[in-house]
Design a protein around this ligand. Structure first.
Ligand SMILES: Cc1cc2nc3c(=O)[nH]c(=O)nc-3n(C[C@H](O)[C@H](O)[C@H](O)COP(=O)(O)O)c2cc1C
Length: 203
Protein backbone atom coordinates (compact mmCIF):
# COMPACT_ATOMS: atom_id res chain seq x y z
CA UNK A 1 0.00 0.00 0.00
CA UNK A 2 1.44 3.31 -1.11
CA UNK A 3 0.61 6.50 0.83
CA UNK A 4 1.77 9.61 -0.99
CA UNK A 5 2.54 12.65 1.16
CA UNK A 6 2.64 15.63 -1.17
CA UNK A 7 3.34 19.08 0.20
CA UNK A 8 4.64 22.58 -0.29
CA UNK A 9 6.76 24.42 2.27
CA UNK A 10 8.45 27.80 2.14
CA UNK A 11 10.26 27.83 5.49
CA UNK A 12 10.22 24.15 6.51
CA UNK A 13 7.30 23.88 8.95
CA UNK A 14 5.15 21.83 6.60
CA UNK A 15 8.22 19.81 5.64
CA UNK A 16 8.75 18.85 9.32
CA UNK A 17 5.09 17.98 9.68
CA UNK A 18 5.28 15.88 6.48
CA UNK A 19 8.15 13.87 7.94
CA UNK A 20 6.07 13.16 11.04
CA UNK A 21 3.09 12.15 8.88
CA UNK A 22 5.42 9.74 7.06
CA UNK A 23 6.54 8.23 10.39
CA UNK A 24 2.90 7.58 11.27
CA UNK A 25 2.24 5.94 7.90
CA UNK A 26 5.31 3.75 8.42
CA UNK A 27 3.89 2.40 11.69
CA UNK A 28 1.17 0.54 9.76
CA UNK A 29 2.03 -2.93 8.46
CA UNK A 30 2.38 -3.01 4.69
CA UNK A 31 2.22 0.76 4.27
CA UNK A 32 4.91 2.64 2.38
CA UNK A 33 5.16 6.44 2.80
CA UNK A 34 6.33 8.36 -0.27
CA UNK A 35 7.33 12.01 0.32
CA UNK A 36 7.02 14.45 -2.58
CA UNK A 37 7.07 18.26 -3.04
CA UNK A 38 4.87 20.13 -5.47
CA UNK A 39 6.79 22.35 -7.91
CA UNK A 40 7.89 25.80 -6.72
CA UNK A 41 6.28 28.59 -8.74
CA UNK A 42 8.14 31.57 -7.28
CA UNK A 43 11.34 32.92 -8.82
CA UNK A 44 14.68 32.71 -6.97
CA UNK A 45 14.49 36.47 -6.68
CA UNK A 46 11.15 36.44 -4.89
CA UNK A 47 12.21 33.50 -2.68
CA UNK A 48 15.32 35.46 -1.70
CA UNK A 49 13.18 38.48 -0.77
CA UNK A 50 11.00 36.18 1.35
CA UNK A 51 14.10 34.83 3.11
CA UNK A 52 13.26 31.27 2.03
CA UNK A 53 16.31 30.20 0.00
CA UNK A 54 18.32 28.80 2.92
CA UNK A 55 15.31 27.08 4.51
CA UNK A 56 14.31 25.36 1.27
CA UNK A 57 17.76 23.80 0.90
CA UNK A 58 16.88 21.46 3.79
CA UNK A 59 14.29 19.66 1.67
CA UNK A 60 15.61 20.26 -1.85
CA UNK A 61 16.42 16.54 -1.97
CA UNK A 62 12.73 15.57 -1.77
CA UNK A 63 11.63 14.67 -5.32
CA UNK A 64 9.11 16.87 -7.09
CA UNK A 65 5.73 15.20 -7.54
CA UNK A 66 4.13 14.43 -10.87
CA UNK A 67 0.36 14.30 -11.20
CA UNK A 68 0.61 10.67 -12.33
CA UNK A 69 1.98 9.76 -8.91
CA UNK A 70 -1.39 10.73 -7.45
CA UNK A 71 -3.05 8.06 -9.56
CA UNK A 72 -0.48 5.44 -8.52
CA UNK A 73 -1.04 6.03 -4.79
CA UNK A 74 -3.65 4.28 -2.65
CA UNK A 75 -3.96 7.33 -0.39
CA UNK A 76 -2.74 10.91 -0.60
CA UNK A 77 -2.01 13.19 2.36
CA UNK A 78 -1.62 16.82 1.31
CA UNK A 79 0.34 19.43 3.27
CA UNK A 80 0.04 23.15 2.60
CA UNK A 81 0.81 26.35 4.50
CA UNK A 82 -2.07 28.80 4.83
CA UNK A 83 -2.23 31.63 2.32
CA UNK A 84 -5.01 34.05 3.31
CA UNK A 85 -6.98 31.14 4.76
CA UNK A 86 -6.61 28.95 1.68
CA UNK A 87 -4.10 26.48 0.30
CA UNK A 88 -0.93 28.00 -1.20
CA UNK A 89 -0.74 28.85 -4.91
CA UNK A 90 1.91 26.20 -5.55
CA UNK A 91 -0.51 23.49 -4.40
CA UNK A 92 -3.40 25.09 -6.29
CA UNK A 93 -1.36 25.13 -9.49
CA UNK A 94 -0.38 21.48 -8.99
CA UNK A 95 -4.00 20.47 -8.44
CA UNK A 96 -5.18 22.52 -11.40
CA UNK A 97 -3.01 20.26 -13.57
CA UNK A 98 -5.04 17.18 -12.56
CA UNK A 99 -7.92 17.70 -15.00
CA UNK A 100 -7.07 14.53 -16.90
CA UNK A 101 -7.12 12.50 -13.68
CA UNK A 102 -10.54 13.98 -12.93
CA UNK A 103 -11.81 13.20 -16.44
CA UNK A 104 -10.67 9.59 -16.07
CA UNK A 105 -11.95 9.25 -12.50
CA UNK A 106 -8.45 8.13 -11.54
CA UNK A 107 -8.63 9.29 -7.92
CA UNK A 108 -12.15 8.09 -7.08
CA UNK A 109 -12.22 6.03 -3.88
CA UNK A 110 -8.71 6.88 -2.75
CA UNK A 111 -8.25 8.17 0.77
CA UNK A 112 -7.40 11.89 0.95
CA UNK A 113 -6.34 13.95 3.95
CA UNK A 114 -4.89 17.42 4.61
CA UNK A 115 -2.58 19.05 7.16
CA UNK A 116 -1.53 22.67 7.36
CA UNK A 117 0.36 25.45 9.10
CA UNK A 118 -0.21 29.16 9.65
CA UNK A 119 1.66 32.06 11.18
CA UNK A 120 -1.00 32.87 13.76
CA UNK A 121 -3.20 30.74 15.95
CA UNK A 122 -6.45 31.77 14.29
CA UNK A 123 -5.05 32.65 10.88
CA UNK A 124 -7.08 30.16 8.87
CA UNK A 125 -5.97 26.60 9.59
CA UNK A 126 -9.49 25.21 9.60
CA UNK A 127 -10.60 27.16 6.52
CA UNK A 128 -7.49 26.01 4.66
CA UNK A 129 -8.15 22.35 5.35
CA UNK A 130 -11.92 22.52 4.78
CA UNK A 131 -11.63 24.48 1.54
CA UNK A 132 -8.97 22.00 0.36
CA UNK A 133 -11.52 19.23 0.95
CA UNK A 134 -13.71 20.71 -1.80
CA UNK A 135 -11.12 19.82 -4.43
CA UNK A 136 -10.70 16.35 -2.93
CA UNK A 137 -14.45 15.78 -3.09
CA UNK A 138 -14.54 16.76 -6.77
CA UNK A 139 -11.93 14.09 -7.37
CA UNK A 140 -13.91 11.49 -5.43
CA UNK A 141 -11.49 11.11 -2.54
CA UNK A 142 -12.75 9.56 0.70
CA UNK A 143 -11.80 12.27 3.19
CA UNK A 144 -10.13 11.42 6.47
CA UNK A 145 -9.34 13.94 9.21
CA UNK A 146 -7.85 13.75 12.69
CA UNK A 147 -10.43 12.21 15.06
CA UNK A 148 -10.60 13.09 18.74
CA UNK A 149 -8.99 9.71 19.39
CA UNK A 150 -5.95 11.96 19.10
CA UNK A 151 -6.52 13.47 22.52
CA UNK A 152 -3.71 15.99 22.07
CA UNK A 153 -6.11 18.29 20.22
CA UNK A 154 -8.02 18.77 23.50
CA UNK A 155 -5.05 20.43 25.18
CA UNK A 156 -5.42 23.94 26.50
CA UNK A 157 -2.33 23.99 28.70
CA UNK A 158 -0.22 25.12 25.78
CA UNK A 159 -0.76 26.71 22.39
CA UNK A 160 -1.26 23.96 19.85
CA UNK A 161 -2.48 23.26 16.37
CA UNK A 162 -4.57 20.23 15.49
CA UNK A 163 -8.32 19.94 14.93
CA UNK A 164 -10.76 17.25 13.78
CA UNK A 165 -10.01 18.45 10.25
CA UNK A 166 -6.32 17.65 10.38
CA UNK A 167 -2.95 18.20 12.01
CA UNK A 168 -1.50 21.69 11.97
CA UNK A 169 1.25 23.84 13.40
CA UNK A 170 1.55 27.50 14.30
CA UNK A 171 4.73 28.95 12.82
CA UNK A 172 4.74 32.44 14.37
CA UNK A 173 4.84 35.78 12.59
CA UNK A 174 8.37 35.28 11.30
CA UNK A 175 8.41 31.47 11.32
CA UNK A 176 10.25 31.40 14.64
CA UNK A 177 8.14 28.68 16.22
CA UNK A 178 8.89 25.08 15.23
CA UNK A 179 6.21 22.36 15.28
CA UNK A 180 5.71 21.31 18.92
CA UNK A 181 5.86 17.71 20.14
CA UNK A 182 2.07 17.69 20.36
CA UNK A 183 1.67 18.96 16.79
CA UNK A 184 4.16 16.40 15.48
CA UNK A 185 2.29 13.70 17.38
CA UNK A 186 -0.92 14.84 15.68
CA UNK A 187 0.81 14.55 12.30
CA UNK A 188 2.01 11.02 13.15
CA UNK A 189 -1.49 10.08 14.28
CA UNK A 190 -2.98 11.38 11.03
CA UNK A 191 -0.48 9.41 8.93
CA UNK A 192 -1.17 6.26 10.92
CA UNK A 193 -4.94 6.81 10.76
CA UNK A 194 -4.97 7.34 6.99
CA UNK A 195 -2.81 4.25 6.40
CA UNK A 196 -4.98 2.12 8.72
CA UNK A 197 -8.20 3.16 6.98
CA UNK A 198 -6.65 2.65 3.55
CA UNK A 199 -5.58 -0.82 4.62
CA UNK A 200 -9.15 -1.64 5.66
CA UNK A 201 -10.60 -0.26 2.42
CA UNK A 202 -8.18 -2.34 0.37
CA UNK A 203 -8.91 -5.35 2.64
C1 LIG B 1 1.23 35.37 0.93
C2 LIG B 1 1.14 34.79 2.30
C3 LIG B 1 -0.09 34.70 2.92
C4 LIG B 1 -0.20 34.18 4.21
N1 LIG B 1 -1.44 34.13 4.78
C5 LIG B 1 -1.54 33.72 6.08
C6 LIG B 1 -2.80 33.74 6.74
O1 LIG B 1 -3.83 34.03 6.17
N2 LIG B 1 -2.83 33.37 8.04
C7 LIG B 1 -1.70 33.01 8.74
O2 LIG B 1 -1.78 32.72 9.93
N3 LIG B 1 -0.50 32.94 8.11
C8 LIG B 1 -0.39 33.29 6.80
N4 LIG B 1 0.82 33.23 6.17
C9 LIG B 1 1.98 32.63 6.88
C10 LIG B 1 2.24 31.20 6.40
O3 LIG B 1 1.09 30.39 6.51
C11 LIG B 1 3.41 30.59 7.16
O4 LIG B 1 4.58 31.27 6.76
C12 LIG B 1 3.54 29.12 6.88
O5 LIG B 1 2.46 28.42 7.47
C13 LIG B 1 4.83 28.50 7.37
O6 LIG B 1 4.92 27.20 6.87
P1 LIG B 1 6.16 26.76 5.96
O7 LIG B 1 7.39 27.02 6.78
O8 LIG B 1 5.98 25.30 5.71
O9 LIG B 1 6.14 27.55 4.68
C14 LIG B 1 0.95 33.72 4.88
C15 LIG B 1 2.19 33.78 4.24
C16 LIG B 1 2.30 34.30 2.97
C17 LIG B 1 3.63 34.36 2.31
Amino acid sequence: MKVLIVYYSTYGHIHKMAEAVAEGVGQVAGAEAVLRRVPETLSEDVLAKMGAVEAQKAFANVPVCTVDELAEADAVIFGTPTRFGNMCGQMRQFLDATGQLWANGSLIGKVGSVFTSSATQHGGQESTILSFHITLLHHGFVIVGLPYAFQGQMRIDEITGGSPYGASTIAGGSGERLPSDNELEAARFQGNHVASITSKLMG
